[in-house]
Design a binder for this molecule. Sequence first.
Ligand SMILES: Cc1ncc(COP(=O)(O)O)c(C=O)c1O
Length: 611
Amino acid sequence: MCQTESLQCGCKTLPARSLSPLCTAATLRAPTRKLPSRLHHRRAAMTESPATQSANGGACQRLENGLKPERNGLVKSLHRCQAEEEEEEEEEEVYATSPHDSLYSRPFIESFEETPMLVAVLTYMGYGILTIFGYFRDYLRHWKIEKCYIATEKEEQKDFVPLYQDFENFYTRNLYMRIRDNWNRPICSVPGAKMDLLERESHDYNWTFKYTGRVVQDVINLGSYNYLGFAENTGPCADSVAEVTMKYGVGVASTRQETGNLDRHEEMEKVVARFLGVESAMAFGMGFATNSMNIPALAGKGCLILSDELNHASLVLGARLSGSTIRVFKHNNMQSLEKLLSEAIVHGQPRTHRPWKKILIVVEGIYSMEGSIVRLPEVIALKKRYQAYLYLDEAHSIGALGPRGRGVVDYFGLDTSDVDVMMGTFTKSFGAAGGYIAGKRELIEYLRCNSHSAVYATSMSPPVVEQIITSMKCIMGEDGTTIGRDRVRQLADNTVYFRKRLREMGFITYGNNDSPVVPMMLYMPAKIGAFGREMLKRNIGVVVVGFPATPIIESRARFCISAAHTKDMLDRALSVISEVGDLLQLKYSRHRKLPSLLRHLDNDVYEDIDD
Ligand SMILES: Cc1ncc(COP(=O)(O)O)c(C=O)c1O
C-alpha cells in the first residue's frame, strides 16, 4: 500500500512513501558499510530523524544506550558521550550510510550541557524569593509605607481596567527594575571592537538615571553584532559612504515604485544577488519588517507554516499576520519537523482534510540566543521529500559563517537553489541597516509588487546602501584586496579560540563550535545583574539576558565575537570573565575540558566532576 497510494500536497502529487515516517525510514535505509569509529563520533552528534538516520548511522544506537535526546535531538552532553565512547574507539562497528555517503561535509559539533540539578533548584528558589518580596513590597506600596516611583493611576482613571497585563507589570516593577541598569546604556562612539559609554547613575533604585557627564572609554565590546568589524568610521567603506552622502543626501523621500528608486539601490540588489549566488534580490529598509511583511505575501489562509520554536519575533509576527496555520517544531529537531510534515501530508487541513495549499518551513541560520546552527542539510532533505518550501533567515549567519562568508549555505557547501526564500539582514555583518529577500527571479518580481514593505515603505537611505555595497564587495574581494576574506577567517579563528577557552575555564556555553554568538550560562537571577556590572567595572561591555527572553532557569550572558577583536582583547576579556566567574561562582560545567595546546578536537580530554 505504501508504494502504490498517492495524495495531493498543494498542487503537487506526492508518492505515498511520504505518508509515514516508518515507511520513509524503511525505504531510505541504505546498504550498511563499515565506518571508522572516529567518524561515528562526529556523526553521532547529528539528529536521529528517520530522514537522516541513514546519514547519521550510530546515533540511534546512542539513544538505545540510555542517554536522553537533548532539545534539538542531541544527546544531553556531547562531551560526556565523547568521553564514554573514547573507550570504544578501537572497535569497528557497522553503520548505515546514505546513498550520498553523508549529508554533512564537515563536522557538526554542538553542545547544550544540562543544567546542574543544584543550580536549577537554587535558580527556582531565587525567583521564588524575588516574587515573594515583590508581593510584599507591592503590599507596602499599596498602603503607602514604601514610596512607589512608578506612574500611579490618576484619580479619574482608577476604575479603568489596567492598560498592561498584571504580571508583566509586576515583573517589571519588582524583578527587572533591580537590574535595569544593565540595559539601554547609551553608547557615544562607533560600536566597534571597543566603544565609549556615557556614565550614568541612579539614586532611586533604577527607576530613573542621571548622566554624570563622564565617559567610560575603551570598553571592550562583546555585545554588538559587528561580526566582520564593518561597524567602523574609518577606512574605504566609511570614505565611500561619506562621498555618497555628499552626492545623494540622506533621505530619499519616496517609495521605490515612485521617485525613490536610485541607481545605488539597483546596484546594491545586483551585488546582493551576486554575493548570494542567486538570480535576484530585493532589499528593504528594516530587517524586522523584511520578515514580518514578506511572509504574509508568500503564505495565507489554507497554508501551513512549520516554524522552529526559537524563531525570531519578526518571523513569528510575519507568520501570524499571514493568517496561515502555524505549527511549531522543537528547536533544530528534525524528528519533530518530520513528524509535523508527515502529519500535514496525511491529515491535510483540519476538518476538511483538504491538502494544504502550501507548506512553508521557516528556520534561521544561527539562532541568536542559543548559538546553534540550523541543520540545513537535513532540513533540505526533508523539504525535498515532503515537497515543502523553505524560508531561511540568515540575519546572524550571513557574512559570519562559511569559508567565503556567504552564510549557512556556504558553511555546509550546499546549493542556494535548494533554499526557496533566502532572507538576511544588513544590520550585523555589514555594519549597515535593512534586510533582503533573495532567490528566483519570479519570486523577487512577485514580491516587488505584493509585499507591503516593498510597495508602501520609503526606500533605503543612500549612505546605508553604499555601506552595504562596499562591505559586500570587500568580502567578495571585488575591491581588489583580501581584507574581506581575512576578516571572515579571523572571525572563524576568534570564535573557535574564545569558545575553547571558555570551556577550558569550566563555563557552560551553548551552541555550535563555529557560531560567533556565544551564550554563557549564568542561571540565577541575582547573577544576571552582578555579571553585567562586574564586567563593566573592569571595562568589558557584555549583554546579559534573562526571562522572558530565555527559559526561566536559563539566564545567560551572550557574547558576540568579531573579526575586529584582537587576540589581546580576547585574552583580556577572557581573563576578566574568569575572574568574575570565580567571584560569582559561574564555572558550573561538570565536563571541564582540560587545556592543551596541541590536541586535536576529537581527542579532547574532559575532566568529569561529580555533583
Ligand atoms: C533572526 C533575526 N531576524 C530578523 C531580525 C531583525 O533584523 P533587524 O534588527 O535588522 O531589524 C533579527 C534581529 O536581530 C534576527 O535576529
